[in-house]
Design a protein around this ligand. Sequence first.
Ligand code: FES
Ligand SMILES: [Fe+2]
Length: 395
Amino acid sequence: MVFQPTRGNLPARFGPGVPNVPPIGPATLDAEVYRDPERYEQERIKVLNRSWQIICRSEQIADPGDHHVWEGHGESIVITRRPDGGLDGFHNVCPHRGARIVAESGTDARRFTCKWHNWTFTTAGKVSGVPDRPDFDRKRLEGLCSPAVDVDEWGGWVWAVLAGPGVAGPLKDWIAAEVRDDLAAFRMEEMKLVEKVEWVVDVNWKVAIDAFSEYYHAQALHNMGGKEAKDARHSTIHVHGRNGMYFVPFLGVLEDLQRTLDHTRYAICNYQLFPTAVANCQALHTQVFRAVPLGVTKTRFEAWELRYELEEGDDPEYLRQVDFFWEIYKAVVQEDVDEWTDVAATTQSSAYHTNILSERECVITHFHRVVDDMLAGGDGLGLEPKPVDEETVES
Ligand code: FES
Ligand SMILES: [Fe+2]
């Protein structure tokens, strides 16, 4: 049987006692967060490099010597699969004169050679060979390595922290437990990559993350029907730790959802994985959207489509269904991406000062508060609103 996610012991996301929105309320957001070059530089150092980010699928570097070169926000890194099954990761920057060591992803590497002057490196990034070594200061070369990145795997994804081991704590604690456990019900680690689609867009990376952190735009931009829009009013939104998540009933199953309370089966489950990814899970298949910042107003936007494996005897109709819905989904994502050309056209406008956010856009509000906190030197935690009754008790 093709795997079918179920709610199991997860908390109910719908039904009695589950509010539609957390008590964050409407808010405003300064447009400078999308266009200030100095702020972008600070985000690179204090947010992007100090966070766990998705790099690639584990299956892309399955065997010893397989390696993945990843580039974004001015950084270049290499992740390699070790013979013991673990991963090594290091900055793809030659300590001789700064060239990129490895040009592209590949398989079966035993060592890497920087082609400018043929310095060689172990697959963990340690300098192992220097032509004409006696010509150099011996002390400068002793134990020389390219700086390590922290690397780990979860959900079938390879993740990395570019500022190095220990900076962001363990990966398992990076995503809030409530969000991580909910997302885990979809078993992304058992899924296979169907397709990855990329766009380069002239907007700040946060525009893309914002766009996938609310459902408000679906009615207008994606021409959602009246009944669907009415059911979508029953969606629920939650923030925990640095993350947000929301659940939107599928069309025509509101009664089933209210009866079973199984959101993994009857709702679109959307998980924001701070800072640069959003997982959009449905019982049938999952999309992961990943924003890779390239400049203050330039972003590589990636959509990854994942499906479950067929076992022997399973009905291949599942594959046809996945293909059918993924084609529809791609067209919907194209509408989102196209919309950003309108955002790009006015980013620098003298008339653009503020975003006005509704209470149902509160995952965006929370996300920007986490970014602000990390820019100020914090860890982005503890910013969720307290439940209303706790506040009442205190005051
Ligand atoms: S820059 Fe790499 S060997 Fe010289
Ligand atoms: Fe959309």
